[in-house]
Design a protein. Structure first.
Length: 103
């Protein structure tokens, strides 16, 4: 029986990811992030504005939420969270709003 992988390669299972090149079957694997609103103080109890969008955000400071500074991006040396309804502010921080997960 033939292998589906070319010589010198091997198969992996990816639970979270996407096909980045369908002609070569290249895949980008992702690490699932915890919902920021599950941590007290990271999300605001308000209706998200119409331009809110999902963000991966990195929060530094108090990791329990209150007093944290959360920025859009992943290279800040803090805790990574996923915000389902966030707005990127002009100072680089992210405001995350409590909302129902629709994904």
């Amino acid at each position: 029986m033939g292998s589906s992988c070319p010589t010198g390669t091997w198969a992996y299972v990816v639970r979270y990811g996407e096909v980045t090149d369908p002609t070569t079957n290249s895949v980008a694997a992702y690490i699932p992030l915890d919902n920021a609103c599950d941590s007290p103080g990271l999300c605001i109890d308000a209706t998200p504005p119409p331009d809110a969008q999902p963000y991966a955000m990195c929060c530094t400071g108090n990791t329990s939420g209150a007093g944290s500074t959360c920025v859009h991006g992943i290279d800040c040396g803090g805790t990574l969270w996923f915000c389902y309804d966030g707005v990127s502010n002009s100072d680089g921080t992210v405001t995350c709003f409590h909302a129902a997960e629709t994904y």
